[in-house]
Design a protein around this ligand. Structure first.
Ligand SMILES: *Cc1c(COP(=O)(O)O)cnc(C)c1O
Length: 398
């Protein structure tokens, strides 16, 4: 944990907890490094659904080529927080109103998920043009991945067998400009696996385009760059990925590639900080009950993993009874909810954990607060802190 962050967390009072602390400085450096690792011809879009906190988006907008949104709500939000930023609109089940909204917003790309969407689009009045990518569920074996969106029967994207009918619909409507193909097949892949997949996608896409006489100018490879919650220091190798994409592009000089990661961009900058309310034993097992829980940080429940954490010892204890503690033993960290699913980490070895100590859960900057069931049990919401001590540039940036 960065010194400044540790200092901030140490100074938080119990009434300030639980709190989400976002390290904007860390986010800025990380996003800049990702962008720097990508070669010419590769554009970086950020998938807003991972975390759409406005302060994070404002940091990111200087380091990405645009934002990927998956709902009319996200579209509004990005327009309001990052006016003028290019937007790609994807996601299944777009309503007629959302498609209309996308046209009005003049989105940079619309990712088509189905024939139904194309029918809706061609039926819309007006002269507005729209650039589209066809999202395809390619028959590619994926092996073990954290989440599979394709490569098997799935509600996402188009079955390749339906592409011809889509091409016919597009050919009949001069307002729809086909730019290429979009895929987002899996989440949790490391750089080697992502590159392997990218190679197979590019081969498929160029053969398909040649066969169909489609001018392929763009392939969007999606997101899903892996995050290792069990080993937070083992990060996606952006340098190797960038170098690999550069090699792939050598075979396709006319092509622009896009990627749209979410999790791997913001996950590391977020911390969920809380305190130990109680420590108890049940049939010999130690449980630490924390203020808050998975209604604030659903990630470990959703992914069935142990959320990584740091213990920040608090030495003051002014109660007249013995301070409950766990010592050199496995402890299960649970929240305040009346359900056995409210577990943040299970049976993790703790050298020493006492009532009143603070716990800072890391990797809480993506799919964390925004995927949690906040209303369950009506506990108070966490506070949000945005740490940023990087010098503010004087005057407008060129
Ligand atoms: C969710 C999503 C992403 C981002 O995925 P991450 O795993 O957060 O990188 C990108 N593209 C599409 C279409 C998505 O649905």
């Amino acid at each position: 944990m960065r010194q400044q962050l540790l200092q901030h967390v140490t100074e938080l009072d119990a009434e300030d907890l639980p709190a989400y602390v976002y390290d904007l400085h860390d986010l800025r450096e990380h996003a800049a490094a990702i962008h720097a690792a990508l070669p010419e011809g590769v554009q970086l879009f950020y998938a807003a659904k991972a975390n759409s906190d406005p302060r994070l988006l404002e940091v990111l907008r200087d380091h990405v080529d645009g934002f990927e949104v998956a709902s009319g709500g996200e579209l509004h939000h990005i327009q309001a927080t990052c006016p003028g930023a290019p937007i790609a609109f994807g996601g299944p089940g777009k309503t007629p109103a959302e498609l209309e909204q996308a046209l009005q917003a003049g989105v940079d790309r619309l990712h088509i998920e189905s024939e139904q969407e194309l029918h809706l689009l061609t039926g819309m009045p007006g002269e507005r043009t729209v650039a589209v990518l066809l999202r395809v569920n390619l028959p590619i074996a994926l092996g073990p991945v954290a989440l599979a969106m394709g490569g098997r029967p799935s509600p996402f994207g188009l079955d390749p067998a339906h592409l011809d009918r889509c091409l016919a619909l597009i050919a009949d409507d001069p307002r729809i400009r086909l730019r290429g193909i979009h895929v987002h097949l899996a989440s949790g892949l490391d750089a080697t696996a992502q590159l392997d997949l990218a190679g197979r996608v590019l081969t498929w896409a160029s053969e398909w385009a040649d066969q169909k006489g489609v001018e392929l100018s763009e392939v969007n490879l999606g997101g899903g760059m892996g995050v290792d919650y069990g080993c937070p220091d083992r990060r996606f190798d952006w340098a190797a990925f960038g170098a690999g994409l550069h090699r792939l592009l050598e075979g396709h000089p006319q092509l622009t590639l896009r990627i749209e990661p979410g999790r791997s961009v913001t996950v590391y900058c977020g911390w969920y900080v809380t305190e130990v309310l109680d420590i108890k034993r049940s049939a010999g097992r130690a449980f630490a009950v924390l203020r808050g829980g998975t209604h604030h940080l659903r990630t470990p429940a959703a992914k069935q993993h142990d959320q990584p954490f740091a213990i920040i010892p608090v030495d003051t204890w002014d109660r007249p009874w013995k301070r409950p503690r766990a010592q050199d033993e496995p402890v299960t960290l649970v929240g305040q909810l009346c359900t056995p699913k409210d577990v943040l980490a299970r049976g993790v070895q703790a050298e020493r954990l006492r009532v009143g100590d603070k716990i800072a859960f890391g990797l809480a900057g993506a799919y964390a607060w925004n995927i949690s069931h906040h209303a369950f049990l009506m506990h108070p919401a966490p506070r949000f802190h945005h740490l940023d001590h990087a010098p503010v540039p004087a005057g407008p940036q060129s």
